[in-house]
Design a protein around this ligand. Structure first.
Ligand SMILES: *[C@@H]1O[C@H](CO)[C@@H](O)[C@H](O)[C@H]1NC(C)=O
Ligand SMILES: *[C@@H]1O[C@H](CO)[C@@H](O)[C@H](O)[C@H]1NC(C)=O
Ligand SMILES: *[C@@H]1O[C@H](CO)[C@@H](O)[C@H](O)[C@H]1NC(C)=O
Ligand SMILES: *[C@@H]1O[C@H](CO)[C@@H](O)[C@H](O)[C@H]1NC(C)=O
Length: 653
């Protein structure tokens, strides 16, 4: 059916369009030399039915989608699945089509701008036409892609963008899924199945931008930071430019550093090359980037103002936010700015009512406010990269991010899959490499790492990541049993997911403490690496109260957490345990199964971001830890609470 043929189409077309390139993927920011135009809003939309390939056969990209048949209005950014009251849209398998018309101002041509078209993320695969020309072809959701479309635009006139989106997951996509034929009252039907426990949302999930640059432009920037013992902040930078110089034309790059109030900072710069494209910046008495509650001014960000001048062209200016901090890890600890950090956080999802995985600023703001309210300092972007707008908040608020690629429940290891898996990491690292909030790369969640092929497969993935970044540790969330796992050996830091008293012996909270203490110690003993718990938890149906506690009640979720807290407190005294991340921040939607009631309810917040009993419980613990470990002052509206100070550190909470 569609997917297979569609993938075949993808392969032959990718010969025409370069998709993975060495070009940068800087977030579009306006400046004196750049304009940014959002194409967010209502787009025309239609399903490819009944023949999945009808849009290709009839070449829907050659005219307005509305001229090909009836269209709906679909918001961008958003998943398309839950917007309408129509199962056919929610459960659609295969292609959907979007289009939108927009004006490209005549002034853009007069000024000789280049114009880029950039998508923040389209799930899962996308082909994009501008005025009937195929310009982009991208596979793997949750990651941005772009192209210079200047040559395809009609300036001073109406233009059209057409997007074909395919949500089909196969054994060689990241993540994986499979198609199944079922017989129905009206004949055979193809359905999508997958093992991961979240809904396979699809559509144009993040903002679509047009942005302009001068002909020769700043294409990419790499920064790494450090500081000396006498408080000199160091920013190593490397700038890559795009476009080519005319013969005899010279290029010159200059840097200004702004503080977080946008005031010019005093600094010196030593360049490595004549053009100033790389070098090292020194800032006396630099303010470091610290995590939330580890410092009174967390998330301190400077701005690098980069100016690229050429002999005959307009200067290009790009402003990159930069936080100065170091990361280190040993066999037992994770350190930020040479101080051991203990991660208090969550696994999360990009997920909410109606919009699914669509980026939404109100939701992002609410989520960070809840994260700060509860006293967390970190989370993992389970199980895929999150929107850049979400990552920006993490940088500015000092929330530490374990940045995960979209590989979840990985199985059926193959070379083809490996290629896509490493591509997803290359694109993720290119996007997020400069972010101070990103403290680790997570290369997988719950892969079937007991299969013997997993060994060489993950060895290759880990080696690949090290070729791109040696300054951040590699981790993964492992659910395989310790004795049979083949992934841990390739990591720098071990994360493990375990559901004692939930999937294992539900109801028996009396098994938790000893099993967690035992397992964490064994992971450390096996690999001699720091260990953190990347998932534990229980579903609770908000408002269901039962005493004594019973599975699915709010009381049960709280009790299960307390038993884990006891284990974590013992483990903290053993000096190899670096953090705890509960599953999950908020309830989220899953595929339809009899073990889920309207989705996965392991959130400490509901899907509407209201607290359950467990949220208040977690808040007490996270603040108590922040207070005890980092001297953070407790908020005045937290109930009085005492942690013992006799060095045992193992009281509940
Ligand atoms: C992996 O292969 C098995 C059979 O070997 C199959 O049942 C399963 O659906 C495959 N999984 C994926 C994700 O393709
Ligand atoms: C489903 O049926 C179609 C049409 O008969 C066939 O081409 C396809 O290979 C089948 N797919 C699967 C997964 O069995
Ligand atoms: C950071 O600076 C310290 C001392 O100034 C040095 O030992 C260390 O190697 C530097 N780290 C990096 C990644 O350059
Ligand atoms: C580069 O730019 C700086 C500041 O704009 C200027 O002082 C310098 O002379 C330029 N260098 C070259 C080689 O053009």
């Amino acid at each position: 059916m569609s997917a297979i043929m569609w993938c075949a189409t993808l392969v032959c077309i990718s010969a025409l369009v370069t998709c993975v390139s060495t070009a940068g993927i800087l977030y579009p920011r306006e400046s004196e030399s750049r304009e940014v135009k959002s194409l967010d809003g209502m787009w025309n939309f239609r399903l490819s039915l009944p023949d999945p390939l009808v849009g290709f056969k009839e070449r829907w990209y050659m005219k307005d989608l509305s001229k090909t048949g009836p269209v709906l209005q679909m918001p961008v950014p958003s998943s398309y699945n839950d917007v309408m009251v129509d199962k056919k849209i929610r459960d659609h398998v295969g292609l959907v089509w979007y289009d939108k018309s927009f004006f490209a101002p005549e002034s853009w041509r007069q000024q000789g701008y280049r114009v880029f078209l950039r998508f923040g993320s389209v799930n899962y695969a996308a082909q994009v036409w501008v005025n009937t020309h195929l310009v982009l072809n991208h596979e793997i959701g949750h990651l941005p892609f772009q192209r210079d479309i200047t040559a395809n635009l009609k300036f001073g006139r109406l233009n059209r963008i057409t997007v074909a989106v395919d949500n089909v997951l196969l054994a060689t996509t990241v993540p994986q899924g499979s198609l199944q034929n079922i017989s129905t009252n009206t004949g055979p039907k193809t359905i999508q199945t997958y093992t991961f426990d979240f809904f396979n949302y699809a559509g144009i999930h993040r903002s679509v931008f047009l942005y302009t640059t001068p002909v020769v432009y700043i294409d990419d920037v790499d920064v790494t930071t450090n500081y000396t013992e006498d408080s000199v902040g160091l920013i190593n930078y490397k700038i890559q430019y795009g476009g080519s110089l005319s013969s005899g034309e010279t290029l010159n790059c200059s840097i200004t550093v702004l503080n977080n109030e946008n005031v010019r900072e005093k600094f010196t710069v030593i360049t490595d090359d004549e053009e100033g494209l790389s070098g090292i910046i020194k800032i006396e008495n630099a303010k470091l980037w610290w995590p939330y509650l580890m410092h009174e001014e967390p998330g301190y960000m400077y701005t690098l103002e980069i100016r690229l001048s050429t002999t005959w062209n307009v200067d290009d200016v790009y402003r990159l936010p930069v936080g100065i901090r170091t990361i280190k890890w040993t066999n037992t600890a994770f350190l930020i700015n040479n101080k051991p950090a203990y991660l208090r956080g969550f696994g999360r999802h990009e997920d909410s009512d109606i919009r699914g995985k669509g980026m939404d600023y109100a939701l992002v703001t609410r989520d960070y406010d809840l994260i700060k309210w509860i006293g967390a300092n970190s989370y993992r972007t389970s199980h895929y990269p999150y929107a850049e707008e979400i990552m920006d908040f993490a940088d500015r608020h000092g929330i530490m991010i374990v940045d995960e690629c979209p590989s979840v429940d990985t199985d059926n290891f193959s070379d083809k899959l490996l290629k896509k898996h490493t591509t997803s990491l290359a694109e993720l690292i290119k996007r997020d490499k400069n972010r101070p909030s990103v403290i680790m790369w997570s290369i997988a969640n719950e892969p079937r790492s007991h299969h013997k092929e997993a060994d060489s497969y993950f060895k290759s993935v880990a080696i690949f990541v090290k070729t791109l970044d040696v300054l951040r540790p590699i981790t993964a969330a492992i659910a395989t049993e310790l004795d049979t796992d083949l992934l841990g050996q390739h990591l720098d830091i071990i994360g493990f997911n375990r559901y004692n008293a939930w999937y294992t012996l539900p109801g028996h909270t009396e098994i938790i403490q000893s099993r967690i203490e035992d397992e964490a110690a064994k992971w450390h003993a096996k690999h001699n690496k720091p260990v953190f718990m990347t998932e534990y938890g229980a579903d609770s149906y908000a408002g269901l109260h039962m005493s004594p506690s019973f599975v699915w009640s709010e009381e049960y979720q709280v009790e299960l957490m307390s038993e884990h807290f006891k284990a974590f407190d013992t483990l903290r005294t053993k000096n190899f345990f670096i953090g705890e991340m509960i599953w999950n921040f908020a309830d989220f939607k899953t595929e339809q199964t009899v073990t889920r009631v309207g989705g996965n309810k392991k959130g400490v917040f509901t899907r509407q971001r209201e607290p359950k009993s467990s949220a208040y419980h977690l808040r007490k613990r996270y603040w108590a830890l922040a207070n005890q470990l980092d001297g953070a002052q407790l908020p005045c509206n937290i109930k009085s609470y005492v942690i013992d100070n006799d060095g045992q550190n193992n009281v509940e909470l």
